[in-house]
Write a new protein. Structure first.
Length: 279
């Protein structure tokens, strides 16, 4: 497959996934990518080729722009690998390129305690709000994924996520038995049409709901903090990192998952030493 053909397929798949500002940013990159590689075959492109292309494209750009272009090219090749050629390697994963275009180290934030999350959930008076919270805190879903759920996306204890952030056609999130039962009861009670959104509220409303519940117990909280909590809680309770990454968070890279996990406090470190080796 030529680069020109690959870009055409990628653009078609992205039209309904991103806002105009994002697609405009990709269009700039893809135009330069096509002009640079023209009819080269994507399988023949090496890390050196991509490195030279990115250096020329971002020679006088800010560091943030360099990181953005690198991330966009990497996303383009990840899409081709997922959709067209699973055996192909992403040329952007070369260690020298990762170092040259790497993002600054993320500062780890304090993770919510189980007690705080439980109290926030139990204080939510509406079943709708409680389900939104639990799908994030227990199932690791992004708030956008939760708000986009439709009735037809429910299959037993699985939720089909349409147009996920990864660029795949679909991903699957898993629910506990109790959440699945309450979600089904909620949907039946609302008498929704099959294609109706289960939670027809906007992001700002969800953000306000989460913040107000946090204020009730004296903490500052955003929806994404609940997803981060789900990963850390699972990891601290013995779930293998690979399962947390691939099943709960649905990350493509373990390094991304590791950045989600909160720092270990002295109290936790001592507790884990006792668990591992006794008194």
């Amino acid at each position: 497959m030529t680069v020109r053909d690959a870009i055409h397929i990628f653009q078609i798949s992205q039209r309904n996934l991103h806002r105009k500002r994002t697609t405009d940013s990709y269009r700039y990159l893809l135009e330069h990518l096509e002009n640079h590689f023209t009819d080269s075959h994507v399988e023949a492109i090496t890390p050196d080729h991509i490195h030279q292309f990115l250096e020329a494209l971002t020679e006088h750009a800010a560091k943030s722009t360099r990181r953005l272009r690198y991330a966009q090219v990497k996303a383009f090749f990840n899409f081709l690998i997922n959709e067209k050629n699973h055996s192909m390697k992403n040329p952007c994963q070369d260690s020298s390129m990762v170092k040259a275009f790497k993002s600054p180290r993320m500062k780890q934030k304090d993770i919510l305690s189980k007690e705080s999350v439980d109290e926030i959930i139990y204080r939510s008076k509406k079943i709708r709000d409680r389900l939104i919270l639990e799908l994030q805190a227990r199932c690791g879903m992004r708030i956008g994924e939760v708000l986009n759920l439709r009735v037809t996306d429910i299959t037993d204890r699985k939720l089909m996520i349409r147009q996920p952030k990864s660029g795949k056609d679909i991903e699957v999130a898993f629910m506990t038995e109790s959440i699945a039962k309450r979600l089904s009861e909620y949907v039946r009670g609302c008498q929704y049409d099959p294609e109706s959104r289960i939670f027809p509220i906007c992001y700002s409303s969800a953000l306000s709901m989460v913040r107000k519940l946090g204020e009730k117990i004296g903490i500052q909280i955003r929806p994404h903090d609940l997803r981060r909590y789900s990963a850390t809680y699972a990891s601290r309770n013995g779930i293998p990192l690979e399962v947390v990454s691939k099943v709960l968070l649905r990350h493509q890279d373990l390094k991304t998952t590791q950045m989600y996990l909160g720092k270990v406090t002295d109290t936790e470190a001592i507790r884990w030493m006792d668990v591992l080796h006794g008194n």
